[in-house]
Structures are given as C-alpha cells and as structure tokens.
Write a protein of this length. Structure first.
Length: 730
C-alpha cells in the first residue's frame, strides 16, 4: 500500500485508494512542482506475465484519491521539473520519453546503446533535447539531440565492469589499452583508449565486436609483433579476431566441445622464420592456444575440449589431448589461464578449475603441463600442491592465474584457491623453481588470485586479488623476485582486481567498477606513499622527529588526509588539509612495543579517508559523533599477526581527555560483508594532543578480512560531548 504524511513524517495514513492490488509497490515519485502528482510502479502478484520484473505503472493527480494505470511505465521515471507531463524512463534495454504523462512512450535509445540504470533530462527537456544516461555497458553518456547520437562522458577509467586488459605498443611513446567488459549488451563488450607518455589520455571508445555472442570478454591479447592484430574471447565458443586494431572483427568457431573462451596464449616463437633462440622479433604470431569451459559433450574422464589450439592465427582449431573431463557428473572443467616462457615454446602450463558443487572425487584438476608445445598434456601430481577437499591425489586446488618467468620456463607462479568466494587455508600464491615438480606457497595465504604479471628480469611480480566489502582485494607487488610482497591498492574498490596490464611504470587493473590506473613512481620504503609526498611532510619530511626521513623508513608513512568539507570540529578549527603518520613497532624508539617482529615493520596502503563516504556514526543517544576535520586513516599490515601502531595528526588538538575516542569503521564480524558498521575501539590510547596508540590484532573485532596473518583497519578520532567532568561525576 501507499501511505501519506501531511506533517513531515510525524504520522502516516493510507491513501484513500490504491493503484494496483494485489501488488508490491516498488517505488513512487512525486512531480517536482506538485506533491499531489504521483508516479510509481508495482510488481504484480501472482507473477503471470513471464517478464521479470512484472511491473505495472500508475499515476495520481490528487494525492492518491484516484489512480490511472500506465501500462508502458515499468520503471520509475525522471520527471521534468518545468512540465510534469514530460517523462524519461530507463528500462534494462531502452530509454523512452513521454510528453503526455506516460500514456504513450517513444523509444530514444535501444539495447545497442547500453544496459540502462538511470536517465536524467535537461530541466527544459524536450525543448532542449539533452538527457544523460547511466548504463552497465557504457557508464555515463550524454545526448544533445534526443538520442539520435550519444557522447560518452567517462574521461576517468571507471566506467563499466572490466574482465580483461591488453596493451598494444605501436610506437615507443604511444600505446593503446584494450578492455574487455562484463556486459549483457552485445555491441560494446570491448573498448579501447589511446595513451601517450607525453600527452593526456584520450576518451574510451567503444569498439564494434561481432554482432552476436560477444558479451563477457574475459580474455584479450595483442600480437606484440603486429599491434593491429587483436584476439579476444567471450562467453561464446569462438575466438574474436581483429586485424585493424579493433575497428572490425571476425569470429572463428572453436572445435566442438567448448562453451566459452577464458584464456588466450600466443606462442612467441610461432612466426614464419623464428630466430635460433628466443622470441620472434618480426612477422605475425600464428600459433594460438585458447582455454575455456567444456560443454560436457564427451564421456566422463575422457579428454575434454576445454583446451584447443590453432596454427593459422585462429582460422581453425583442434582439441588438445590429455586433459580429462571430471570423473563426476555435475562438474565441468574450466581452463582459467595459460603460461609459456619467451624462450621455450615446448613447455606450456594450463591452470584449471572445477565448476559445480559436487564433490570432485578422483577428477584431475589444478595445473597441467605440456612438454611438446601443447600436443599432449599431463596433470602435475606434485605432493607439495594441496588437493581439494573430497578429491583424489590428482585433484589439486583450483587455479585462478598462472605465469612463468619470461627467460626461465622452470620458474612458475600460480594462484590457487579452494572456493572462489571463500578461499580456504591452502589458498594463496605458490611458486615452483623446477618446472612444477615441487611447490611452495610464498604469499597471500587465504586470498583468491585472478592474475599475475612477472617482469622480464623476474624481479617485479604483480598479483591481482579479488575480494569483498569486508575482505578487500586489490594489487600486491614484489620488487625482489617474490621474497617480500607489498599491497599497492590505495583507491581501489573492495572487490579488488580481475586482470592486470603494465607498460613501464604504468599499471592498469580491471575491476568490477572499471579500469584503474596506477603510476609506479618512486617509493623508497614501499608503503605505497610516494617518496615526494613523504618528503613534503612537516618537519622537513621527518614527521615523527626521529632524525630519519619518513620516506626512508618502511615502518613510518606520512600522507595527506583530506578534510571533510573544510569544516572544523567541536574542538578544532583547523580548516586545511592535515597530515597523518603511522608509526608502529618502531624498534628505534620503543622496543617494548614490537609485537609481531620484523614482518610487522612494513606498512602498506597508508592513506587518509573522508569519513563522509561511510554512513553516519551515531551515538546511542541518536546524536552523531563529530569525526573532526582530521578524517580517518587506512592502516594495512600484510604479513602481521599483531602490532602496536601510533597515529599522529599534525593538526590534531585532542586536548579533552574524556570526550575524544577512537572509532573504527569495519566488519563487526571479521570477513562478514553484512556486518559493516561503526564501533568503538577500546584498544586505542590517546597519548597526547596529536597522537594515538593502537593495539592491533589480525582477525579482531572491527578489522577487515577473516585472516589470522593480515591486518587492515580503518578508523580515526571522534568527538562527542558526553561528559563535562573528567572523573565522570556529572
């Protein structure tokens, strides 16, 4: 039912009539210039129309006394502020307009233009024929001619969900970034963006793919010898090919037995005349290996067609031999990733995963290896690779990503997981230095890994991890060949990264909210705060006054904390940006505070957070805490069980020892996405007017990630005038 209040919500009464019954009212909107005019939609029960949502629209001109049915109104409309008869309505695959209060709608944009969420018009629409749309496929767009043509307005990278990335290098200073999107519309599943080391980047441009079955582009590769040759895979059993830098595409069907393409590998020695050793330097690469999900057309245990090869640039394919279907019905095998070094095209590795909920039984899974260029394959049965629960000796953990060193095919990195949404105790980043005979987990325990990049010299390793609101993912980096890893995820969404692409010091990450860019500038202490930022901190870059530059100490990070709207708090009036500093386990100043040893010395992702991005922090009285203009801090210790951290605010003025407290925003149950909330943090001690001391433990109340060896906490000081007297006797 619809209820109405005439006293600002103090009380409500049901309207004298209802638009539709029986139904669930989905949403209502009043006209901007008259609260008596109501538009809305309802989901009708029982649902018999066969369409989801099965909505009916309605309108009232008299505050709900009577209603008019609007059959063409299925989603709440945008209402013209100057003319309440003008409507714009987004549906999943259309944008439509009405000039007669919703009686008749005309199509302005179709499914080929996007999968739409919302629409907003110019205040003078349709006299001014301009409106804006948000869509799953194109992000934000604008039309100035009532939908005849559209202009993307996503100058930033964060436009649509991205699954895959590839970089083409046509010259030494200019390059092109391709992104494959997770879209339900079929026309804009791949986009490209021209970039330069000198000029500002250009806008994203949606590239035409083939006319059907090009959604969910999970793999893109570019021929490094011929940058105009681009290959892409999607949720159809075929390979998309473009030989003109994405301007046009053709489709090449896979051999029967596969349902999609999840991974693509180009043989670096498959040019017409390869050199005596090493990768080709001229020509076109002709050998392509693709992996995807089997469609269960062969017998249980027989060789699957999930892995296929082409020797003619994807014109035709044949199935590989030796990768068997699962032994259990209800499971399917998926090839998730492929790896080959640049010097040995005979050794190829394929990472696989079992799709389904049945126990795996004796199904072969994990990492498969070919020693003859992909003709035949065998599963790696190394005892140092953990097995899936309920599986046999050859049922290894699922593989999210696999990569070899460019100059050494015996060095392999693999991201293993038990469950994509809830990685178990054996999940993480594994490495083999003997071609897969033995393995050792080197980092990222209990994390789900989706992509791995390794530099040509083998020293820099970049890993994309996925996550959730309470178990945040991102990108981690090693600059010492995998000896240590440090998170570089500042500003990334909680869902983390799915794919990576790098060029020089520029790194790109595909995420569920778009493509993010990261410039790997100078960072002497690897805390993800640029050296230039730390050197510009107060006290000539030595914010903690210990006699050493903060940029030279991995246990000290100085960073800028943004103010919240430039407002002063109840106790401070600092109306400027402030700097925060985290100093934990500082063995040079107080060895008694070292808890987790040297592993807890390395700060990761230290940065300031605007409290206003989170829900209001309410005291039990119903009055909000004042978070001050100092903001919150993000503190991450990637390989640490417990530590003591000191946080100093250069502009702090915490002179009231009673009414200041430390507040955290995080999961009340570690790792539980539905438990995010504000909470007190008793393990915080106010040391003086600028500094707080925090005792942190992995997997504790208010900390992100249910991980016994990782700490991620967000919080900051808040003021609430609860007591007048320091002794509590009011």
């Amino acid at each position: 039912s619809i209820y109405r209040s005439t006293n600002s919500g103090a009380s409500f009464s049901i309207t004298s009539s209802q638009p539709i019954a029986p139904a669930s009212i989905v949403r209502i909107r009043t006209a901007p210039n008259s609260s008596a005019i109501i538009y809305g939609t309802a989901e009708v029960f029982p649902v018999t129309c066969g369409i989801d949502p099965c909505n009916d629209g309605f309108r009232s001109d008299n505050s709900g006394a009577t209603w008019n049915a609007l059959p063409q109104l299925v989603y709440p409309p945008w209402l013209g502020p100057l003319n309440n008869s003008t409507l714009l309505q987004p549906t999943s695959d259309l944008v439509r307009s009405s000039s007669d209060s919703g009686a008749i709608f005309s199509t302005r944009l179709s499914v080929t233009d996007g999968y739409f969420y919302n629409v907003a018009g110019d205040p003078n629409y349709p006299t001014v024929a301009r409106f804006y749309t948000s869509s799953y496929t194109d992000g934000l767009a604008r039309t100035n001619n009532n939908g005849i043509s559209r202009i993307p307005i996503n100058f930033g990278f964060q436009a649509t969900p991205a699954l895959s990335l590839a970089i083409a290098n046509p010259s030494t200073t200019s390059y092109r970034l391709y992104a494959g999107h997770d879209t339900e519309a079929l026309s804009n599943s791949i986009s490209g963006r021209n970039l330069s080391d000198i000029l500002a980047p250009e806008e994203w441009v949606a590239l035409p793919t083939r006319s059907t079955d090009s959604s969910g582009v999970g793999a893109i590769v570019v021929d490094p010898l011929s940058p105009a040759r681009v290959f892409a895979g999607s949720t159809s059993p075929s390979l998309m090919r473009s030989f003109n830098a994405g301007a046009g595409w053709t489709s090449s069907a896979l051999f029967a037995g596969a349902s999609d393409v999840q991974a693509i590998l180009l043989d670096p020695r498959s040019c017409v005349s390869p050199p005596p050793s090493g990768p080709c330097i001229t020509g076109n690469l002709a050998k392509i290996i693709v992996g995807g999900t089997e469609n269960s057309t062969v017998a249980l245990g027989a060789s699957t067609n999930a892995l296929q090869m082409s020797g003619n640039s994807g014109a035709s394919f044949s199935s590989a031999i030796g990768i068997p279907r699962p032994q259990v019905s209800g499971l399917r095998l998926r090839v998730t990733s492929l790896a080959m070094s640049g010097v040995n095209a005979s050794a190829i590795y394929a990472g696989t995963a079992l799709i389904g909920t049945a126990a795996p039984g004796a199904s072969a899974n994990g990492i498969f290896k070919s020693t003859n260029g992909g003709t035949t394959w065998g599963v790696l049965t190394s005892t140092s690779l953990p097995t899936l629960p309920g599986g046999g000796a050859s049922t290894k953990l699922n593989v999210g990503a696999i990569k070899t060193e460019f100059n050494n095919d015996s060095v392999i990195y693999a991201g293993l997981y038990e469950n994509l949404l809830a990685p178990g105790v054996n999940s993480g980043l594994y490495r083999s230095v003997d071609g897969g005979s033995t393995w050792l987990r080197i980092a990222l325990a209990r994390r789900t890994i989706r992509d791995i990049l390794v530099s040509r010299n083998g020293l820099v390793i970049l890993v994309a991890t996925s996550g959730s609101a309470a178990g945040q993912g991102g990108v981690v980096r090693s600059v010492d060949g995998g000896a240590t890893f440090h998170a570089i995820s500042t500003g990334m969404p909680p869902a983390g990264a799915i794919a990576l692409a790098a060029r020089g010091q520029q790194l790109f990450a595909a995420t569920p909210t778009g493509v993010y860019a990261f410039f790997q500038g100078l960072d002497n202490d690897l805390d993800n705060v640029p050296t230039a930022t730390e050197d510009a901190a107060p006290n000539a870059g030595d914010l903690n006054l210990d006699g050493t530059l903060d940029s030279a100490q991995n246990n000290v990070a100085s960073f800028i904390i943004k103010t919240i709207n430039g407002e002063g708090s109840a106790e401070t009036t600092a109306n400027k940006a402030s700097r925060g500093r985290t100093n934990y386990g500082d063995v040079e100043t107080d060895t008694t505070l070292v808890r987790g040893g040297t592993a807890c010395q390395q700060i990761n992702n230290a940065y300031g957070i605007d409290p206003e991005i989170y829900p209001q922090d309410l005291h039990p009285s119903g009055i909000a805490y004042d978070a001050s203009d100092l903001g919150l801090v993000n503190i991450e210790l990637s390989n640490c069980v417990n530590a003591v951290v000191r946080v100093r605010f250069d502009d702090g003025a915490f002179t009231d020892p009673v009414n200041w407290s430390w507040r955290n925003y995080g999961p009340l149950i570690p790792g539980a996405d539905d438990s995010l909330a504000w909470s007190a943090f008793p393990a915080a001690l106010q040391l003086n007017s600028t500094t707080w001391q925090l005792t942190l433990n992995a997997n504790q109340f208010g900390a992100y990630r249910a991980d016994p060896n990782s700490i991620l906490l967000r919080g900051g000081p808040a003021f609430f005038p609860e007591r007048m007297l320091t002794n509590g006797f009011e």
